[in-house]
Design a protein around this ligand. Structure first.
Ligand SMILES: [Zn+2]
Length: 149
């Protein structure tokens, strides 16, 4: 995995990153809630809550109590990839393991799941706010007197 934040950020950049991160976390929550509701009609199972976090090493998880947790950085991935993680965790409501039955269920909802997994393995490290801004060509800090301190 790549580093979340480089060491070279100024205080102003850090501050702006925090504001942007909040914005994207809210967007991620909305996306996960709506995509979970959408695919839940197909997968069934019972979930009790959705939490959105910034997990370092995992994209999602499903607790035995039915709490689905998702990594907010998936908001920087193509929508299909976010959907794959949603489907994956929803299928854990039925199969709490990675058995053949589990993967068959994932495949029945999302036949292209293997490509999605591969994409995540190859590109997961790029799913950071800084990378996202860089791709958009938007500097982290716009002209700001604080940054010249
Ligand atoms: Zn799993």
């Amino acid at each position: 995995m790549t580093e979340q934040k480089s060491n070279k950020l100024t205080a102003a950049e850090e501050k702006r990153l925090a504001v942007m991160e909040k914005r994207y976390r809210n967007a991620a929550r909305a996306a996960f809630e709506s995509r979970t509701a959408y695919y839940h009609k197909v997968t069934g199972g019972r979930y009790t809550a959705i939490t959105v976090r910034d997990q370092k090493s995992r994209w999602g998880s499903c607790s035995s109590r039915g709490t689905l947790s998702f990594n907010y950085r998936l908001i920087f991935a193509p929508p299909l990839i976010l959907d794959y993680v949603v489907v994956h965790e929803l299928c854990h409501l039925t199969h709490m393991n990675h058995s053949k039955d589990f993967w068959n269920m994932v495949a029945s909802v999302m036949p292209e799941y293997k490509e999605c997994r591969r994409w995540l393995r190859e590109h997961g490290g790029e799913l950071t706010l800084e990378h996202h801004m860089e791709r958009l060509g938007i500097p982290l800090c716009l002209e700001n007197p604080e940054s010249k301190a």
